[in-house]
Design a protein around this ligand. Structure first.
Ligand code: NDP
Length: 267
């Protein structure tokens, strides 16, 4: 007897973010901006945040031109002001509607030999890359779980996977984020909220330019460790984020997706 297969959703539809609202921290530049661009192109509305108004204004202008209507908004917010984050989520939801997708992208790095890193240095990096990520995630997840749906994406780093000299606080913060993803996925996914990480490799942004500066051989060494043999583009992270946020990834939670040109293979 011939088995009747249920109809699969149409190919572009399954990856579409039509009707979704995404909150992307640090969305005014670099990787965050391209996550916003890719999400807008996939049909989502996006709210981007950052500490400075001017780059956010400019980013929203570009996003508005690339979308098919009013799809991008900004809120000036410093994620390290953790007491502001519940209010941020409330304001966004009141003004623009329920947040379906949270991308914890804002992050800072600092290159120093470990013995020169002060307690203040260490705290500053961990405060931005880890503590604030937890607080904002908690604020969004409470609401998402009540609605029984949501996707949370942490932008981690290959620095979480293996030792890279002179980024002790950064690596500690990103490794902790990877651990947090697994716990939160375990606690939230039964209530319809998936939690995943993307671990970028070398991506062309202001942050990676600063990391490479002052060391002319650094680029060549990085490329020797990268089978694809080139830096990634911010949009490479953007499309991975679209996938993880989409229905096509509905059975993926607690995962960390390397987007690194093969760097983490560890050859
Ligand atoms: P950039 O420095 O280019 O951009 C960082 C963005 O975050 C900026 O828009 C900045 O805006 C915002 N930001 C920084 N601090 C805060 C804060 N306290 N509150 C709100 N926004 C803030 O970095 P990338 O785009 O390269 O990095 C984005 C993410 O990707 C980071 O988490 C980083 O760790 C990760 N990553 C990047 C890699 C790379 O090769 N580029 C590799 C691996 C991971 P403003 O200054 O106006 O606040």
């Amino acid at each position: 007897m011939e088995q009747v297969q249920p109809q699969l959703p149409a190919y572009p539809t399954i990856f579409s973010l039509q009707g979704k609202l995404a909150l992307i921290t640090g969305g005014g530049s670099g990787i965050g901006f391209d996550i916003a661009r890719c999400m807008v192109q996939s049909g989502a509305r996006v709210v981007i945040t950052g500490r400075r108004e001017q780059p956010l204004q400019e980013a929203v202008r570009i996003l508005a031109d690339s979308g098919s209507g009013e799809q991008a908004y900004y809120v000036v917010n410093d994620v390290t002001e953790r007491q502001s984050l519940n209010g941020l989520v409330e304001t966004i939801e009141t003004t623009y509607g329920p947040i379906d997708i949270l991308v914890n992208n804002a992050g800072v790095n600092m290159k120093k030999p470990a013995l020169e890193v002060t307690d203040d240095d260490f705290d500053r990096i961990v405060h931005t890359n880890l503590n604030s990520v937890f607080s904002l995630t908690r604020a969004c997840a409470q609401r998402m779980m009540a609605r029984k749906q949501g996707s949370i994406i942490m932008i981690s780093s290959m620095a979480a996977y293996y030792g890279i000299d002179r980024v002790v606080a950064y690596a500690a913060s990103k490794s902790a984020v990877e651990g947090m993803v697994k716990v939160l996925a375990s606690e939230f996914s039964g209530n319809g909220v998936r939690v995943n990480a993307i671990a970028p490799g070398f991506i062309e942004t202001a942050m990676s330019k600063t990391a490479m500066s002052g060391d002319p051989d650094r680029f060549a060494r990085a490329m020797r460790r990268t089978p694809i043999g080139a830096f990634g583009k911010p949009e490479d992270i953007g499309w991975a984020a679209v996938f993880l946020a989409s229905e096509g990834a509905k059975y993926i939670t607690g995962a960390s997706l390397p987007v690194d040109g093969g760097n983490s293979i560890g050859f």
